[in-house]
Design a protein around this ligand. Sequence first.
Ligand SMILES: *Cc1c(COP(=O)(O)O)cnc(C)c1O
Length: 398
Amino acid sequence: MTDKTLLTRLVHGGRHNPPDGGTPVNPPLVRMSTVLFDSVAHMQDIRARRGSERLLSYGARGNVTGFALEDLITELEGGYRTRLFPTGLAAITQMFIALLEPGDHLLIADSVYEPVRHFARHFFDKFGIHYDFFAADGHDLEEKILPSTRMIYLECPGSIVYELCDLPKIAAIARPRDILVATDNTWGAGVLYRPLALGADISVSAATKYLGGHADVMMGAATCTEAVWSRLAASCDAMGVAVSPDDSWLVLRGARTLAARLQMHQEHALQVGRWLQGHDAVETVFCPALPDHPGHGLWRRDFSGTNGLLSLSLKDRSQQTAADVVDRLRLFGIGASWGGFESLATLSNMTTIRSVTDWSERPTVIRLHIGLEDPVSLIADLAQALPANARETGTNKD
Ligand SMILES: *Cc1c(COP(=O)(O)O)cnc(C)c1O
């Protein structure tokens, strides 16, 4: 630095001093917008190649820390490459916008995360995209395919009550018709379920949930096959979709303990689930790992485990009774999302989040996320919150 004026020092000082020594275990957190080049020719060369190669060219086109997270998710999902998004929902909606054209028809599973339904209802018209819902188990899928159907979008297991569908069978129906199969793999967290290996073209997930794992960061990811990648990447680049290095770093840090956490979530959830099944006030416990779940056979075939999610319906079907149960819980937080280390409870009205299957007879479901707390304490909390004797509530319709 030859110019010693304060303004010039402020701009040029303290920038080029890499330390001597070993290498840190974790990739560095590199915050960046601008990337500097050696020459105009160097800059032009990188910009000419960045559409097809992964190169540092500008913060909106990816950053060092984000690339490391992309690589980890690509490896988990077994895909060609991964694109990161600011939220799980953004991954889903951007994937639709990237891969569907005006006039295309999309088939959506009845069991998808509710905000996808909201997006379809309010925004697909604007893009000229037509859609229909098919049953969560896929039994009516083939008859709902139109000549213009270009994508089947599903979530397996489904949100809230965890319906299963036969993904290899759906992929076999889609492939000869040139229909893309996209899945939401948030439940499977990239380890319990491997949609791309089962025939899907795109696996989208909310890293907000188990990958991040600590209820402190939002992130979405879409992993796809090589055939789909360039369309997804070109659309995201054109729309300015980018994530922060800080958030990527947090997700990467959380992901290191994913397998250990999931194992514990699974053990605790099964222990709580079996206890709930024996409770007088409980009508149904929804969890695909429990043998009486309708999707249990497919779960055994296609999944390598379960997670901390459990839902239940009460014999007393009034929404107020269920709300009172949730309100009485002390160890469970009342709040959206899941996949963090902590236990959560929420209430769902199934009639507003399903349109193919009729849930009007038993609309209210309590969704639990079983965290890493001592399951004995969680069971004690549920025991004090549930009605002591189902017959005493007076509104039991059974
Ligand atoms: C939470 C969730 C999402 C959305 O993730 P966000 O990061 O909250 O936007 C998508 N799909 C499923 C199944 C989810 O549970």
